[in-house]
Design a protein around this ligand. Structure first.
Ligand code: UDP
Length: 237
């Protein structure tokens, strides 16, 4: 049973339930970019992202990646294990795009021979600065063992996702993961969706993700629906 709101972020709201070990994560239609400076509401976004995340998390579970997903509570809500979120944004990059092309001398579209894993401190107050293992441990954000484990899980998720999306005609330049702790285990938490990944159409190179909103590149509802059509075609039957 859904109870009081625990936390409301930029795109999702977390509710308590009558079971303290479970939360409900609601995917909303609100969308922000540039540290919340640009805001909008996008019809059907919450639905598409919830359904895409569900499908991807179920697919990852089949490959022994542990996630916080228990089951859907509604079309736009997930019943999830209550985890303690590790305040690290794990960024995985296969092709150069976004901030790496602004901060370093690398052209957009450059394919990285080895995937890049980078860590940002998840903190609006400090503007998500980059972290390394020593900073994360010094600040008490995580242990060395956790970071090592997170890195290995992120690389495994990347291998699985790149192949899975390729079959659907989607390239995966980069994406962001968040993990949580539960009973000494690390679970994949948060979401994997058009808000947290760069998805490029394999044929045309067109963005099918939040970059459409960031840079006013077209109809965002249509693009998110296109990704949902490729990943969860059954919801359109
Ligand atoms: N990302 C995210 N949330 C963040 C920061 C990044 O979901 O707070 C995702 C983003 O959508 C992209 C990837 O992580 O798929 C890499 O983002 P980048 O560092 O290039 O930042 P951006 O260019 O999006 O500002």
């Amino acid at each position: 049973m859904k109870m009081e709101q625990l936390y409301s972020g930029k795109a999702k709201t977390i509710y308590k339930t009558d079971d303290p070990t479970k939360f409900i994560s609601q995917f909303r239609d609100s969308l922000t970019a540039f540290d919340g400076k640009k805001k909008s509401e996008v019809a059907n976004k919450g639905y598409c992202n919830a359904q895409i995340t569900k499908k991807i998390y179920e697919m990852l579970e089949e490959k022994d990646i542990k996630t916080h997903l228990i089951e859907m509570a509604s079309d736009t809500e997930m019943l999830v294990h209550a985890v303690e979120i590790i305040k690290i944004e794990v960024i995985v990059r296969n092709i150069a795009a976004g901030s790496i092309t602004r901060k370093y001398p690398v052209a957009e579209g450059t394919i990285f021979e080895n995937p890049i894993i980078a860590f940002d401190y998840k903190s609006d107050e400090y503007g998500d600065p980059m972290l390394n293992e020593d900073i994360a441990v010094a600040l008490g954000i995580s242990t060395y063992a956790e970071i090592e484990q997170i890195r290995n899980i992120a690389l495994k998720i990347n291998r699985i996702l790149v192949e899975y999306l390729d079959e659907k005609g989607i390239l995966l330049p980069d994406f962001k993961l968040e993990f949580g702790r539960k009973d000494g285990e690390i679970l994949l938490a948060d979401e994997i969706s058009c808000d947290t990944c760069r998805f490029w159409d394999k044929g045309t190179g067109e963005s099918l993700d939040k970059d459409i909103f960031r840079f006013d590149k077209g109809d965002i509802s249509k693009a998110y629906e296109e990704v949902a059509r490729r990943i969860v075609p059954d919801i359109f039957d």
